[in-house]
Design a protein around this ligand. Structure first.
Ligand code: KG4
Ligand code: ZN
Length: 395
């Protein structure tokens, strides 16, 4: 399948697996659009990152982000269509991130998606950004000679469930129980900072540029992971929640010294040089990744019949996390679904992928054009003892 979209100028493709969805993403600091066929084959994936605009503030400034989205959304969508080689009339549906995220930023993408869906007479679907990260590993590029990665067809996907989902990004660190890509509940989330946020702050403390994750990951390869004893947050026995603020503070104290309290001397600040920065990065990364692995071990105790582990979010690009996940999957006989590097960070392809599955499940009926954006997640928490768990606690 899938050399070119099969829909004609005015009629959508008959077969759901041939339908072409335009995915639009603007929830934080990436303006992105992508054209995806059949919910899995990516024809284009345009991401306009605003990192340069926010770098001097070492974090995302909401007003700057929404203004940049407004300036970039039209050229980004146009480029996604051009690179995919499709016309607007060949788009069968428009999917857009509606939550969670920065409200001003979300509204830019949602307004663009509504205008396109309305003018093209095509269905619109609003999707949850975090849930979309979980299906990013089901995407593949069309390469010369076929699909570049082994991804199951939509009809074969059911064999991958029940599954566990892990989203690790700049705004989220959460574990999910997945009964299907469309039916997920939260088992645990972060109680304070998200893991990516901790990476970004740790990098700032070390005087490294924003976003910190990629550079800490790179420098950690030359450092010794056992030089600094950073804390690995466990929380209460059995808790699947995360906490990364203690790790961030530990980096602050390691670099600037522990503040002096009455009657006790503090520790001195360290000298920042190539070696001490690499060691701090390696030790921080070891602690951050171990905290994730610890919670995944606990989650597998609860959901011991999970067949697959779906992982997504910017931090899923992390080299140590990817190798530890591969070892875990091999040990536990789990199928691991990791996104290709280009689908780890925020992108429109994952929005199109989830939107496709949502539309297919409801006969391609459109959301009303009145759908709104929300800063909050819409994913429910698993209710203990609800009796609906596919996966159950080990006796
Ligand atoms: O998913 P994403 O693009 O945005 C959110 O939805 O938050 O994730 C961005 C986050 C940033 O905090 C960035 O530092 C982190 O992902 N990140 C990494 C790596 N690449 C990006 N963190 C650790 N290691 C990496 N290789
Ligand atoms: Zn994200």
């Amino acid at each position: 399948m899938t050399q070119a979209p099969h829909g004609t100028e005015n009629s959508p493709a008959e077969d759901s697996s041939e339908r072409v969805v335009l995915g639009i993403e603007s929830s934080c600091d990436e303006t992105a659009a992508s054209v995806v066929v059949g919910g899995r084959i990516v024809l284009s994936n345009i991401i306009s990152s605003q990192h340069d605009l926010h770098a001097e503030y070492r974090g995302v400034v909401p007003e700057i982000a929404s203004r940049a989205h407004a300036e970039r959304i039209t050229p980004v969508v146009r480029e996604a269509l051009t690179q995919a080689g499709v016309t607007l009339a060949q788009i069968d549906a428009v999917a857009v991130s509606v939550r969670p995220g920065l409200i001003g930023s979300l509204l830019v993408g949602v307004s663009a998606a509504k205008a396109l869906a309305w003018s093209l007479h095509r269905p619109l679907v609003g999707v949850d950004h975090v849930q979309a990260h979980l299906v990013a590993g089901l995407l593949a590029r069309l390469a010369a000679g076929g699909v570049a990665k082994d991804v199951p067809s939509l009809t074969d996907e059911h064999a991958m469930f029940p599954a566990l989902g892990l989203v690790v990004s700049g705004g989220h660190s959460s574990i999910f129980l997945m009964r299907s890509p469309l039916s997920i509940t939260t088992l645990g989330g972060t109680r304070d900072d998200a893991i990516g946020e901790a990476y970004d702050k740790a990098a700032a403390i070390l005087g490294l540029p924003y976003p910190g994750g990629p550079i800490v990951d790179r420098l950690a390869r030359n450092g010794r992971p056992d030089t600094v004893k950073f804390p690995i947050s466990r929380l209460e026995p059995g808790s699947l929640d995360f906490s990364f603020s203690g790790l961030k503070t530990a980096m602050l104290y390691h670099v600037h010294g522990v503040p002096t309290t009455r009657g006790r001397g503090g520790t001195a600040a360290i000298e920042l040089n190539e070696r001490s920065i690499a060691d701090a990065c390696a030790s921080f990364q070891a602690a951050a990744v171990s905290a994730v692995m610890l919670k995944l071990d606990r989650a597998l105790e609860v959901c011991h019949n999970a067949r697959t582990l779906f992982v997504g979010g910017g931090v899923s690009a992390n080299s140590l996390l990817r190798s530890r996940l591969q070892s875990l999957a091999a040990e536990r006989g789990l199928r691991l679904v990791l996104p290709s590097m280009e689908f780890c960070l925020d992108n429109g392809a994952m929005i199109a992928a989830l939107g496709h599955r949502m539309l297919a499940a409801r006969g391609w009926a459109s959301d009303p054009l009145t759908i709104s954006a929300s800063p909050m997640s819409g994913i429910a928490h698993e209710v203990a003892g609800s009796g609906t768990l596919q996966a159950s606690r080990r006796p």
